[in-house]
Ligand binder design. Sequence first.
Ligand code: C2E
Ligand code: CA
Ligand code: CA
Length: 282
Amino acid sequence: MLLCIKQKNAGRNTVRFYDPAIQASLETHTALEIKLRRAITEQQFKLYYQLQVDNNDFILGAEVLIRWQHPEKGIIPPIRFIPLAENTGLIVPIGQWVLQTACLQLKAWELSLSPRHLVLAVNVSAKQFHQHDFIEEVLTVLQQTGADPANLKLELTESMLVENVEDIITKMNILKSKSVKFSLDDFGTGFSSLSYLKRLPLDQLKIDKSFVSSLLSNPGDAAIVRTVIALGQSFGLDVIAEGVETEAQRKLLAVYGCNCYQGYFFGKPVPLTEFELLFAQQ
Ligand code: C2E
Ligand code: CA
Ligand code: CA
């Protein structure tokens, strides 16, 4: 519904149009943004850890997934605040907190679990990666925490590769030269050009969970999965399937040549203490 409002102080012949639905949505966004800013200063975030395993169920590490621990509303999933954080730029301080927390944890494991090295995968949003000081930020966090860069895997999404690809390649090469790893998330959902893919210093392709979920029911998606695995193999990359929920999916993925897995079949994202219990049981 569009309301037509005459404003007293806006001049004699001025009318303004006002849509209550848009106004309500703006107010909700503004309220959420204020709460999100407070969440950053009051450190209301928490990392959950989701197992990543190889073909023998050996735990290779985890992907860290952020949760907002709201004082009244409880745990809020990232889908409810990451898009707003990206639009407002708040993803930059949030992403920095995630990176710092993950690297502190890597260092703690390096000290206590040696010689087993767990790798942590950290999601990096496009806005964060395109910050002019992103490289400096990552290197500073690694230096300050003392975490081994080889145990840090940055997940970039395929959708990031639509602009500034040269800049992305340059930044990736700098971090790669320090041993940081890279995984290309949500692979298959975007339109990456094969010639760019060849130039990206990647370690891993991550098959999007939408293809995994319909692997057994949709021959088209099964063909995409097989193609991504073959592509990864021909580029000498690891291929991880995300969203693996059943044994049948996992078996078929293995037949196709997949070598890493993540999904509810192996474990849901859990807080640190639960993750460490899973690890200790192995
Ligand atoms: P993503 O990076 O694609 O993460 C995978 C999502 O799939 C996670 O949702 C995970 O909980 C979920 N998942 C894992 N296994 C299964 C499964 O077997 N079945 C199903 N149905 N889902 C599964 P989550 O934790 O809600 O995260 C959603 C998205 O939020 C992430 O998608 C990522 O894009 C974003 N996100 C999460 N943490 C961060 C972060 O620290 N930084 C940034 N920039 N984005 C983040
Ligand atoms: Ca991810
Ligand atoms: Ca994904």
